[in-house]
Design a binder for this molecule. Structure first.
Ligand SMILES: C[S@@+](CC[C@H](N)C(=O)[O-])C[C@H]1O[C@@H](n2cnc3c(N)ncnc32)[C@H](O)[C@@H]1O
Length: 258
């Protein structure tokens, strides 16, 4: 039985494809992907038929895939992976046991590594929240961005659809103070740009460039990810390490008989 593989492609850099993902990609002769993965994954795609899933409506895509599966395995390269904000659930449900999902490096993971920052930190940040102003929506009873922005919270913001000034004002209101923010544009892709600033300085640091393509009529995805929170610039000493060692790790060592 040929399968449809939903391969977590990470941010788009083939170096971040997992070994499982690479093996699935190798099996498929037809690959659906978003641009610019056709370029960044070019070496792994040689000889394969490339299609863009968003060129088809859902029913069309299902019948095309049914036909393709009669003769070949098919792969979808999915940004990050399925975990958050992925539009492929309907296809996965339809193909059921013929669908296989392969974990990938989520954008948040790749961003954390790029910034060399863990996104929660004892006594600095006790929660990390994944959200998007776009999916929160703007209905009257919708939760507000300000409700999530609070001291001690790291915010991982996908698919921003607000002008940067407006976004920053909302975040500033929520946090009630200036906190660090990092903007990661085209992470792992050609044209990558990383800006590390604070809420009070990020607008100037962007120098008028619209990293969210808000005014672009083509509706092309902006591929810009934001992280906000104190953990981005916190100093860390060895106190927490020693506390954990004293209260947990030493006992573990005894229990393991080492
Ligand atoms: C539909 S979501 C995909 C999230 C993905 N499924 C994950 O789990 O990481 C698309 C959003 O992810 C972020 N994103 C995807 N690729 C990116 C990249 N290469 N660089 C920066 N942000 C990226 C952007 O915020 C973009 O609007």
């Amino acid at each position: 039985m040929n399968k449809v593989y939903f391969v977590g492609a990470g941010p788009g850099d083939p170096q971040m494809l997992t070994l499982q993902g690479a093996a699935a990609l190798e099996k498929a002769t037809i690959v659906y992907l978003p641009l610019p993965y056709d370029e960044t994954f070019a070496e792994l795609l040689q000889g394969k038929q490339i299609l863009i899933p968003f060129d088809y409506d859902f029913a069309e895509l299902l019948s095309l895939l049914e036909m393709q599966l009669e003769s070949s395995a098919v792969a979808f390269l999915i940004p990050g992976d399925l975990t958050f904000y992925s539009p492929f659930q309907g296809l996965i449900n339809h193909f059921a046991e013929r669908a296989e999902v392969i974990a990938g490096v989520g954008i948040a993971n790749a961003a954390s590594a790029k910034l060399k920052r863990t996104l929660d930190l004892p006594s600095v940040c006790d929660r990390a929240l994944i959200l998007s102003p776009k999916t929160l929506g703007n209905k009257e009873d919708a939760p507000k961005l300000e409700d999530f922005a609070a001291p001690g919270a790291s915010l991982l913001i996908y698919m921003n659809n607000l002008p940067l000034e407006e976004l920053v004002t909302k975040l500033r209101n929520g946090y009630g103070k200036d906190v660090p923010i990092a903007l990661l544009h085209k992470l792992g892709l050609p044209g990558e740009k990383i800006i590390e600033a604070t809420l009070d300085s990020i607008v100037a640091a962007c120098d008028g460039f619209d990293y969210f393509y808000l005014d672009d009529p083509s509706k092309k995805p902006a591929l810009t990810f934001l992280i906000v929170g104190e953990t981005l610039q916190a100093e860390v000493d060895g106190g927490w390490w020693d506390y954990r060692r004293e209260t947990m790790w030493k006992q573990r060592k005894v229990a393991e008989g080492r």
